[in-house]
Design a protein around this ligand. Structure first.
Ligand code: HEC
Length: 166
């Protein structure tokens, strides 16, 4: 009899564990696909992880207004680069829709957002068919939760560069 109860307990524990684990990965998937929002801290961690896969984070932290298009375009370009050269960069994680929107907001806030110094039509063209980022482009900064939450903070290494005037 005792053995039976023990087995039931074990089965129960395994079941509960399975629910917790699949719940966690389901949440991760929902965030990555853009159905759930990242917390500001979660987004910062994600940005540092995904953007340090091929080059140092310095490349991003020292990127500046004079260096090229705003981060929304850079993130799009990096997504495209990953997709195009999956073979060359074996084992690289791609950047999903929800991740791209969250990561863009992180670098906009920590390094700088100069989207408004570019014509919207040009940015739209540069974003090609990246609907997740086009949607972000059309979202006023005030309504971008992650970007607003992180505003005023600075990425390590970005202190030395000139920030766009706000
Ligand atoms: C697949 C590897 C890879 C990943 C992942 C990656 N990059 Fe890059 N990145 C590159 C390469 C290669 C270049 C240089 C070629 C170029 O400029 O297109 C580059 C260049 C850059 C530049 C300089 C671009 C310029 O116009 O001067 C910035 C800024 C940058 N990456 C930021 C990021 C950010 C932000 C992320 C995360 C969203 C990221 N990178 C993820 C490979 C990668």
């Amino acid at each position: 009899m005792k053995k039976g109860i023990l087995i039931l307990l074990i089965i129960g524990a395994v079941f509960i564990l399975a629910v917790i684990i699949s719940g966690k990965s389901a949440m991760k998937w929902l965030r990555a696909e853009g159905y759930l929002e990242y917390s500001a801290q979660g987004a910062v961690e994600l940005a540092h992880r995904k953007c340090a896969q091929c080059h140092g984070i310095d490349k991003t932290a020292k990127y500046c207004m004079r260096c090229g298009p705003p981060f929304i375009v850079v993130v799009h370009n990096m997504r495209t680069l990953i997709a195009k050269s999956k073979d060359r960069y074996g084992g690289i994680e791609d950047i999903k829709d929800g991740e791209a929107a969250a990561i863009t907001q992180v670098w906009n806030a920590l390094v700088g957002n100069w989207e408004d110094t570019w014509r919207k039509e040009d940015l739209q063209k540069l974003l090609e068919n990246d609907n997740a980022l086009i949607k972000l482009l059309n979202t006023p900064v005030k309504e971008r939760k992650i970007e607003m939450a992180l505003k005023g903070k600075t990425a390590a290494g970005a202190e030395t560069i000139m920030k766009p005037v706000k």
